[in-house]
Design a protein around this ligand. Sequence first.
Ligand SMILES: Cc1cc2nc3c(=O)[nH]c(=O)nc-3n(C[C@H](O)[C@H](O)[C@H](O)COP(=O)(O)OP(=O)(O)OC[C@H]3O[C@@H](n4cnc5c(N)ncnc54)[C@H](O)[C@@H]3O)c2cc1C
Length: 270
Amino acid sequence: MNYEVVIIGGGAAGLSAGLMLTRARRSVFVVDGAEPRNKPAPHMHNYLSRDGLSPLELLKHGRAEVEGYGGEIVNDDVRAVSRTDGGFSVELSGRVVTAQRLLFATGMVDEVPDNLRERWGRDVFGCPYCHGYEVRDQKLVVFGEEMKVALVRQWSADVAHVPSVDGIEVEDDRLVAVISGSDRVPADALVYSAPVKPRDELLLALGAETVETMAGPFVRTDDKGRTSVPGVYAAGNVTDPTAIVIVAAAQGAQAAGMINMDLLGLVPGA
Ligand SMILES: Cc1cc2nc3c(=O)[nH]c(=O)nc-3n(C[C@H](O)[C@H](O)[C@H](O)COP(=O)(O)OP(=O)(O)OC[C@H]3O[C@@H](n4cnc5c(N)ncnc54)[C@H](O)[C@@H]3O)c2cc1C
């Protein structure tokens, strides 16, 4: 099957692009591994008009909107991508499709230690803008980056910093951070910036260039989502580690507009 646009990743960035492109009457195929980064969190914040909605509920609505305009969405992982004459070949499990343009909206992974994973996105989190208000004025423990203490104090005056945490226990329904095997610091929530890794293997295999960011090398795009590889676009956390959901969605829409102009042959140098 040949599509005008194949979107790899159906989180906020990918679905937002899908909505704009299907409404522009493009044939769109979205392949989604269905593992959005904020899946562990029960609520999503800072998305104007949808503050507090569950992250999965947002994507359910987004999928329905894209499908309502004729977009196809499948749950699958793209295994490989290669250039063909005039486009790209996209390999899913047991099936290959072709595309004239590609948008990568594959997000990034938080490398959360196993001992914190169960509470990640709940009372252990990295983004105070996303979760801080819910634990305002409570006892917060920041571990790792000390510079984050000043930021977290905006939400509570009761903030402690510890360099690392060996594990977490729960006593009387309250978190206890265990430090160096014996020291114990009770907390209502822990703030921890996990290292992040973009899901960019397929983009790099196509030859996309990267740029150094505070979170390490990320695929470089212009402000319309164009990568260094003609016909290949990227939006959301795969290219921008700071993009919250509404920003990822906006980047998807920006890329969609540019992809549409590119398909019309109206982008100089594309
Ligand atoms: C715990 C937590 C809570 C957060 N809470 C908030 C919040 O409250 N508000 C907020 O604004 N931001 C929040 N964020 C940030 C938010 O998760 C990101 O802004 C958002 O997920 C970025 O959207 P995206 O579309 O770029 O990537 P994602 O949402 O991560 O979507 C990427 C999609 O691509 C798929 N994919 C990856 N590789 C492939 C492949 N090879 N083939 C097919 N599909 C693939 C994945 O399975 C996934 O479904 C939170 C982050 C975390 C970690």
